[in-house]
Design a protein around this ligand. Structure first.
Ligand SMILES: [Zn+2]
Length: 311
């Protein structure tokens, strides 16, 4: 059992405090038409991450995949200069962010391409991804290309044992994603359902949790989508129902304006702001340790043998 970082495999116990869904170099401006969504300044991101480290952050799951501006050399630079574990991703995002060269891919094409990246490395490097993600569905639907993408990702996850982390648009389609994984026989302890803090319907999220999959409350601090106070109320309800072993936290920063120097929430928002609020509302240290450390350890472990750990 190991976690595959960009610098090599590590023991799950070495992961430490983990942000389960982040972007350290991303460019969505081709589709969004907004240069704010081209977050590619390595020194800006590195500076912002220093505070994440000061608050105890040790690792980042970086879910920027092919077509989202994935930049392996930037990740390597950040990882080495901050001594931060980074897990990189294979896969594509969702319609219309899937690049032209993959737009006619079948499920088998996606499967073969992801297994090739997982086996041989990303973008011509020998850097291996440690997660298939973020694999996305659209608002209340799977677009045809997303269906192919999901089937391909499922087969790649079954074969390689890599965890599969999803994107749900504003929290929708989580149950449909779970149903697809169950139908195709993908073990749900290998699955992280994303953006469930954007689903205001706690009953649906509780259904997702009852499936056994990990659930990411991963847009903390994006108050324009949903107030953190409401995220907190939902999280307390999930804990009340006993799901403390399946919940993960993160902030999903994607914009220059999200950096603290530009007035944004910063990569430290969960540790600086949200976790102290959890304590205030009676969440125990043991539970916080699960949300930040133990659950990511389990969620991102690859259940295979590895010859030796790099670090
Ligand atoms: Zn994301």
């Amino acid at each position: 059992m190991y976690i595959q970082t960009i610098l090599g495999p590590i023991s799950p116990e070495s992961l430490g405090v983990c942000a389960c869904h982040e972007h350290l170099s991303i460019d969505l401006s081709r589709i969004k038409g907004d240069l704010d969504t081209a977050l590619q300044d390595v020194s800006l991101v590195t500076e912002d991450l220093r505070s994440f480290k000061e608050y105890g952050g040790k690792s980042i799951i970086e879910v920027t995949n092919y077509g989202m501006g994935r930049d392996v050399s930037a990740l390597l630079h950040i990882s080495k200069s901050l001594n931060l574990h980074i897990v990189a991703s294979t896969g594509c995002y969702k319609d219309p962010f899937i690049p032209e060269d993959k737009f006619h891919f079948t499920r088998d094409d996606f499967y073969k391409w992801m297994v090739d990246e997982i086996t041989n490395g990303l973008d011509g490097t020998n850097v291996l991804p440690g997660v298939i993600g973020e694999i996305g569905s659209s608002y209340n639907t799977f677009e045809p290309i997303e269906t192919e993408l999901f089937y391909g990702a499922i087969e790649a996850a079954k074969e390689t044992k890599l965890p599969l982390s999803t994107h749900t648009t504003l929290g929708t389609m989580a149950i449909e994603q779970i149903n697809l994984f169950v139908k195709e026989g993908l073990s749900l302890d290998q699955v992280i359902i994303g953006h469930q803090d954007l689903n205001p319907n706690d009953a649906i999220v509780l259904d997702v949790l009852s499936s056994g999959a990990f659930v990411a409350l991963d847009t903390i601090g994006k108050e324009n989508y949903r107030k953190d106070a409401d995220r907190l109320t939902s999280l307390l309800a999930f804990l009340e129902h006993g799901y403390e072993d399946q919940l993960l936290l993160s902030s999903d920063l994607t914009r220059n304006s999200h950096m603290r120097v530009n007035g944004g929430q910063g990569y430290d928002v969960v540790l600086r702001s949200f976790v102290p609020t959890l304590r205030h509302f009676g969440v125990t240290e043991e539970q916080i340790q699960k949300l930040l450390v133990t659950n990511p350890q389990k969620a991102f472990s690859i259940r295979k043998e590895v010859n030796s750990y790099a670090i």
